[in-house]
Write a protein that binds this ligand. Sequence first.
Ligand SMILES: NC(=O)NCCC[C@H](N)C(=O)O
Length: 412
Amino acid sequence: MKDPAIKVNSEIGKLKTVLLKRPGEEVENITPDTMERLLFDDIPFLEIAQKEHDFFAQTLRDNGAETLYIDDLAVDVLDKDNAIRHKFVETYLDEAGYGLGTTHDALYEYLQDFSTRDMVTKLYAGIRRNEFDFSNDSLHDLAGRDAANPFLLDPLPNAYFTRDPQASMGHGLTINHMTFKARRPESLFTEYVMQYHPRFAGKVNVWRDRNHDTRIEGGDELILNDHVLAIGVSERTSSKSIEGLAKELFKNSESNFDTVVAVEIPHNHAMMHLDTVFTMVNYDQFTVFPGIMNDEGHMNIFIMTPGANGTVKLAHRTDLAATLKEVLHLSELDMIMTGSGDEIVAPREQWNDGSNTLTIAPGEVVTYNRNYVSNELLRRHGIRVHEVISSELSRGRGGPRCMSQPLWREDI
Ligand SMILES: NC(=O)NCCC[C@H](N)C(=O)O
């Protein structure tokens, strides 16, 4: 691709541009009743979460990365053209279940009165039922369908985990159909930014768009090098999506990827994505949570490569380290166990994303300071560790890798 806007050919190349979302009002719209549905285990204190996020963003900038914010890019796009704003709002409302009718009309008109900036902030924050007086009977009837929910449009508190709605790979990305309704609108912002923002429009390959029924999330999509991906088969990403993406990448002449390693991990909230249990921190070094393997150290892994006539060939493996050596052509490998593999420390630090390192250059990572055992171990393995503060951000069950979507990395 000529003049590409995205370049990500590894997990470890020096990070030059990254997409973020500062936590906003949406985080204050979580309640004990909605917490589980909104995929949180607790309610963060927003003011502190914002300070922590600003510290994280500053750490990335101090180390040479440009930080872009998805909501700023969305405002650029929606503000510039009324027809695009109209189409975006219609799609947003339709996907939220308000395709037609009185509630649709009321929400549409309500949003019309906001500046584009305020409208975007509002869509992330959610729209409460009590923002309308429901004097109109039929509106009341319609909205009464789910009267227990204080929100007509749910907040998007997970938006600060910008890793998941999309995944950059090569000169393109997947724009993801996410698993839970609580997160699906997030990738609509990505779609519009990639389609209409002058920085990206016509300059990115979309390997897989969000108009699919099968689910995939960026936390599962790891770029091991310029031709090998590792993708988690997880609570959030199905084997069907992985196969579909592999087929597309193998046949598309713009793609360099010829190997996809599908790694099955336990399907639960603590380990929702591959990057909560496994990340790459250097050419031959990885963090891994031992709980993803059985007592013999085995797990289900499939190596996918191009077969005849557009098919995908599968080869079954059970040893993660041996598989990585095989696909990356490495003779030695250093697997760094979260929490030293201790039976108490490892699950505790994994719970607070001790395995979720963001690599900003080969052998250099950003991690949460609370995972001090894992951080010390990383240092002992020669990794340079930048610690960021983490008491509130971590309540959303995601760490530095989850909170960042690289858009440009130097090649390694
Ligand atoms: N890549 C990641 O593991 N992202 C963390 C997402 C946490 C969010 N609360 C979720 O459940 O989707």
